[in-house]
Design a protein around this ligand. Structure first.
Ligand SMILES: Nc1nc2c(ncn2[C@@H]2O[C@H](COP(=O)(O)OP(=O)(O)OP(=O)(O)O)[C@@H](O)[C@H]2O)c(=O)[nH]1
Length: 304
């Protein structure tokens, strides 16, 4: 194969672009200033159907996360979905206003504070001149975790979720969620074996409809505790041998099926005053199968 070398003086960059197909702008007769441009989105006709949600998704954006566990504040990467309703008389939404709204929120120090995000969703209906708006935000949340015997701190992480639905004149619907990974040890395996018991990572996903924005406790810590305190054992970033012995024995002392996990966590969520309804799912990445074991409970508290 011949040596790959530039054999002559390189053409200028403009000549290179032409060589590769760039052409000059073609003069046209369409308006270039906004006020004279056609505005298809705002054309009013009967477009047959109302649309529940139209907007933008997978919008990556820095977000400040405040927490009841150290670190008290961190900048994380949020993934946003921002949508509004659209009546059948309108052709389209003014989509650029969604990211304009998000940019303003960033400049105001955009956090994951629930009351601020409800105000964000309310502001979206006004800016978009639509009846309903929905915000969905997922983000990794890092929290300090100390090892059980030697107190070695490191960072664990869980996946946070906030979903806010706003409609003028109605109570906002605020749903928070957390996906937490824990250790689960199989009760059947422990019961039937002379020694040992198969255990694995269990992925717990909770979503809770809450009705108190100024909650006295951080909802992330509440959900984290509901998952970890009912597991065979929590996970740690750093474990020295005394720590590893402690978590190994703790898991053996607390065997949990996926069914046990969702029932025990559901009991904790029922006891949480701020929680109005919830779903909890546990998915075990079974260490003795190529498949997972799963279980899910959905629950709605009676109206008090
Ligand atoms: N509604 C709609 N807009 C789209 C779609 N695809 C692209 N766009 C957006 O259209 C936007 C421009 O429309 P508008 O946001 O109404 O822009 P504008 O009318 O100049 O802005 P305003 O003065 O705020 O109304 C661009 O940001 C595009 O992202 C689509 O499928 N539906």
């Amino acid at each position: 194969m011949r040596e790959n070398r530039v054999t002559s003086k390189l053409p200028s960059k403009a000549e290179r672009h032409r060589l590769f197909g760039s052409v000059d702008p073609t003069p046209g007769d369409k308006p270039t200033s906004k006020e004279y441009m056609s505005d298809l989105q705002n054309e009013q006709r009967n477009y047959l159907f109302d649309i529940e949600q139209v907007g933008i998704a997978r919008v990556k954006h820095p977000i400040t996360v405040e927490a009841g566990l150290a670190p008290a504040s961190q900048v994380s990467i949020g993934t946003f979905k921002l949508t509004t309703s659209l009546n059948r008389e309108a052709k389209g939404i003014n989509m650029s206003r969604l990211t304009e709204h998000l940019e303003e929120y960033r400049q105001q120090g955009g956090t994951t504070d629930l009351a601020q995000l409800v105000r964000f969703a309310k502001g979206l209906t006004a800016r978009m001149n639509q009846e309903r708006a929905e915000l969905e935000l997922s983000f990794p949340w890092f929290y300090e975790r100390r090892s059980p015997m030697l107190g070695k701190t490191g960072l664990n992480h869980a996946e946070g979720l906030i979903r806010i639905s706003y409609e003028e004149g109605r109570e906002s619907r605020v749903v928070v969620g957390l996906t937490v990974v824990v250790t689960t040890l199989c009760p059947c395996s422990k019961e039937i074996s002379e020694y040992s018991a198969h255990n694995q990572r269990g992925v717990v996903t909770m979503e809770a409809h809450i009705d108190e924005l100024d909650m006295e406790k951080d909802w992330k810590v509440m959900l984290l505790n509901a998952a970890e305190s009912n597991a065979s054992a929590p996970l740690h970033p750093i474990l020295k041998r005394p720590d590893e012995k402690a978590v190994t024995e703790k898991a053996y002392e607390n065997p949990r099926f996926v069914e046990d996990m969702v029932r025990l966590i559901a009991a904790d969520l029922v006891e949480l005053k701020a929680v109005r309804a919830f779903t909890v799912e546990c998915r075990n990445e079974e260490s003795i199968h190529l498949h997972d074991a799963i279980a899910k409970i959905s629950y709605k508290k009676p109206r008090s």
